[in-house]
Design a binder for this molecule. Structure first.
Ligand code: ADP
Ligand code: 5GP
Length: 216
């Protein structure tokens, strides 16, 4: 047993799933986390949605045609996929598994249905729901972001109520009112999860091999 504990076994990364109604600030929080903590990889989804101004293929999403998306469904390339706000979105199985096997934590930005599927596939994954302080704030943020047409904003606001009702299935909730406070709360979930004993034990086995009767 001790031999095993002393081996240089590399811990697999953890999965963190973030969902929110559109406009709650999920992308803002995720972007900051990815530039703040090392060892976290973002799962870049595939989508049939058109790129927004400022989005780059391969960074926020892999932008693909409907035909290509359907081919990928057929080939079993997605861990999960869903139709959200009228467009298709899917999580690449290969990319998530590669990051986990490499010891990276993986951050998934998916809708509530996707979050449920991921939790079923990976029961240890941590589900974080980002709440707006109010529906009015959500409306103001979507309008203020200036990236979506009024009809797209209306659809996203309609869907927001349904998504917020699903928050009860999540492990954590962060209310994004004051951005700085919300970010610290969001970040703390990652930090705490990384400190669990089972993980530190694999990372630093030598510290857990000291016997109680050893002389100091
Ligand atoms: P999501 O990814 O959840 O759709 P974004 O991160 O794009 O949302 O945020 C939507 C808009 O709200 C952006 O313009 C962003 O700058 C702004 N925003 C994010 N968090 C806050 C906050 N706490 N207070 C005010 N505006 C915010
Ligand atoms: P947006 O168009 O604003 O970037 O994203 C719309 C919604 O699609 C968000 O709720 C986002 O979390 C979700 N989404 C993005 N990628 C995926 C994915 O791969 N799978 C699922 N199920 N939802 C996704």
């Amino acid at each position: 047993m001790r031999q095993q504990e002393m081996s240089s076994e590399k811990p697999k990364g953890d999965i963190f799933v973030v969902s929110a109604p559109s406009g709650a600030g999920k992308s803002t929080l995720c972007r900051r986390l990815l530039s703040d903590l090392t060892g976290v990889g973002f799962s870049v989804s595939h989508t049939t949605r058109q790129p927004r101004q400022g989005e780059t293929d391969g960074i926020q999403y892999h932008f693909v045609t409907r035909n290509r998306f359907e081919e990928m469904i057929g080939s079993g390339d997605f861990l999960e996929w869903a139709k959200v706000h009228g467009n298709f979105y899917g999580t690449s199985r290969q990319s998530v598994e590669a990051m986990l096997n490499d010891g990276m934590d993986v951050l998934l930005d998916v809708d509530v249905a996707g979050a449920k599927v991921v939790k079923e596939l990976f029961p240890e994954s941590q589900l974080i729901f980002i709440m707006p302080p109010s529906l009015q704030a959500l409306r103001d943020r979507l309008a203020g972001r200036g990236t979506d047409l009024p009809e797209v904003i209306s659809l996203r606001l309609e869907n927001a109520r349904v998504e917020m009702a699903q928050a009860v299935f999540f492990d954590y909730a962060v209310i994004n009112d004051d951005l700085e406070k919300a970010y610290q709360e969001f970040r703390s979930v990652f930090v705490a999860r990384r400190q669990r004993l089972a993980r530190i034990r694999i990372e630093r086995p030598e510290l857990f091999c000291v016997t109680a009767d050893a002389a100091f």
